[in-house]
Design a protein around this ligand. Structure first.
Ligand SMILES: [Zn+2]
Length: 337
């Protein structure tokens, strides 16, 4: 057994045609189950030759559009409707999804900082290792569906990264445009190491993502954006024989193409206290405008610390939690491209 051979097993043959519901089997010996394993659902739908698209939801366990939209997809999509292969993991960090938490309750690991994973690591690290060594080599494109979770709220966007490989960047931008979200964002990460995104892109494969709503819940609108993005990506890549449905064709306003050209796009807390947002999402601000302020409940006489926009643009993300501390994310400001 080579070192890249995962300890995680899989109950289905992802080379076979047809629709298969199966699971990954992650070794998980514990007090309640001495010889036990964690079963993590995976669905493979294949019909002959064509691209392989991997969909992942629940990379963070408190982000729900991905799991819900992907559960709907795997129940309704049939092999005869596609050319190629669709591999879906609706709840990548399955223990976190079942616990309603961002990171795994088993090992405290953030799945999206665990790549490329560890063969002999913790449960989350073993899952990442399986994805890295079994799924990514087999895939042509991966769509990882995120939302703001319990602590953040976003104006829904689909996103890609600017990469050294310009052709790959262009493919990702075109795919995101086809997904027809309200905002198509060229996203800059605060910390890209260990992310599934980076693992896919380092293999030269197409990666697209989303941040849809947040606050630990969903809305009909954010679920619809996820479902349309999934469907349109499959159409764009030729896996299903239909044209991506544009926003205009659905009677919606045109999407915005945005980017984050400077560090001032992120607003980060320096103080501990109660955060009051002074502007809502989708508000145009100018550099220096107050965006929010932190109050000090232990010192009622102290003026709040005002946080100002570090750049001019539109607010497309903010903290959902009110009790914040130094280093916490407060707001995201993006520019039209
Ligand atoms: Zn996330």
């Amino acid at each position: 057994m080579t070192n890249s051979e995962p300890k995680v097993g899989i109950s289905i043959d992802i080379e076979a045609d047809g629709k298969q519901f199966g699971h990954l089997s992650v070794p998980h010996s514990r007090n309640e189950s001495g010889w036990g394993a964690l079963h993590l659902p995976i669905v493979c739908i294949r019909n002959g030759d064509g691209p392989t698209v991997v969909f992942t939801g629940g990379n963070h366990g408190d982000e729900y559009e991905g799991p819900i939209a992907l559960l709907k997809l795997v129940r309704t999509l049939e092999a005869r409707q596609i050319s190629g292969r669709v591999i879906t993991i609706p709840a990548l960090n399955f223990p976190a999804v079942m616990d309603g938490t961002r990171v795994s309750p088993i090992d405290g690991v953030n799945m999206n900082r665990a790549f490329p994973g560890r063969r002999d690591g913790s449960v989350s690290q073993m899952i990442a290792h399986f994805v890295q060594h079994r799924l990514l080599p087999a895939c042509d494109a991966l769509f990882d569906i995120h939302s703001g979770g319990k602590t953040m709220m976003f104006s829904p966007f689909a996103c890609y990264h600017r990469l050294p490989d310009e052709a790959l960047t262009r493919r990702a931008r075109d795919a995101v445009a086809a997904m027809a979200a309200p905002i198509s964002l060229e996203l800059v990460e605060l910390d890209a190491d260990g992310m599934l995104d980076t693992a896919v892109e380092n293999m030269g494969k197409l990666f697209v993502g989303t941040e849809l709503g947040g606050g630990g819940t969903t809305t009909p609108a954010t679920i619809a954006i996820a479902e349309t993005a999934i469907r349109n990506l499959l159409a764009h890549l030729g896996v299903i024989d239909e044209k991506p449905l544009s926003r205009e064709a659905r009677g919606l306003s045109p999407g915005r193409e945005m980017h984050m050209p400077e560090p001032g796009c992120f607003l980060i807390a320096d103080d501990a206290g109660l955060y009051e947002a002074l502007v809502d999402l989708d508000t145009d601000v100018r550099e220096g405008d107050p965006v929010g302020q932190i109050h000090f409940p232990e010192r009622p006489g102290r003026e709040p610390a005002v946080y100002r926009a570090g750049t001019s643009g539109t607010t497309i993300g903010r903290t959902h939690k009110v009790l914040v501390g130094p280093g916490d994310f407060l707001a995201l400001i993006a520019h039209d491209r």
